[in-house]
Structure formats: structure tokens, C-alpha cells
Design a protein around this ligand. Sequence first.
Ligand SMILES: [Zn+2]
Length: 182
Amino acid sequence: MSRIVRTPEIVGGQARIDSTRIRVADVIRLKKVGWKDIDIAKVLLITLEDIKAAEEYYKDHKDEVDRLIEFEDILWEKGFIRKFLKMCECSDLNEVEDKIKKGELLEHPTWEEYIKALSCKDSLERKGFSYKKVEKIIKCSNCNLFKKIGEVCEDVTKLIPDVIDTDERCPECGSKMRVWII
Ligand SMILES: [Zn+2]
């Protein structure tokens, strides 16, 4: 019996290790940044066999897992920059830079956070997204295929994605597509 299961009511139906809420994507994300199996097992409270099973699943479902990781990166990067701007009381990163130059931001941000925000901005732009705009994405709930379908507004304070069901079907697997406002 496979250690990897997918059930719609747990972790949004994403592939996960049986009897846990740990997703294949969680394991693969750590593998991609060079974590050792033993450390992954310790941190995620899973076994080495679970990790092997996740890797096997990944081999056969590379697109599904890679797309999910990319999509979650986009959500995370947008969220990070927006929280950072809120903390600095700025509406964009240029304003943060100006404030730093004028010595108005001595406590926050730390340089590390500012540099992380800049690298998130670059990463988003490489993927065709903008940190400043609230954007509309359509995403398959099964194979995680997604595409940006438009910009909604310029609102850097919006943090939580709105998810709306649609009647559209995924061009790749035929599953239901959902709209995300991010
Ligand atoms: Zn699909």
C-alpha cells in the first residue's frame, strides 16, 4: 500500500504522507534547498521511508509538485513584501529606500529584511508577477496548473487570498479550476 495519499478534505487534497498532514511538496521543498534526509525527518516528524516515498511520488508527478511549490512561493513572496511595507509604513520599496537614506528607518527594517524583500520582488518579476498589484490567478485544484489572468487593483495592503470556485475545467486534467485573488 502506498504511503502517499490524496484526500480532498485534508491539506486541500494535495499529495501527503499517509496519517500525517505533511505534504510531498513540504519534503521536496526542503530537498531542493539541500536539506539532508535525517534533518527533514526530524523537523517534519516523519520517517526516512516516508521521505523515500515522497521522492518516488515526485518522480512520477514532477509538474504537480513543482507547480504547487512555485505557486506557494508567489503567495509567500507577495505576503512577505506586503507585511514588510506595512511595518515600514511605505507604499513601495523605493519609498523604503528613500526613508533609509534619510535615516528615518533606524530600527526597522533590518538590512536583512530589506534585502530579502528586494529578492522577493525580483523573484516575483521573473515569474511575471508584481508585488504592488493584487492579481488574479486561475489554478487547478488537482494538478496545480496555474496562470495569471489579470491584475485586479493596486493595493499593497491586501494580504489574504480570496479563493473563488469556477465552472472552468483544467485544460490539462479536466479538474475544477479555482480563482485566487492574491
Ligand atoms: Zn489540472
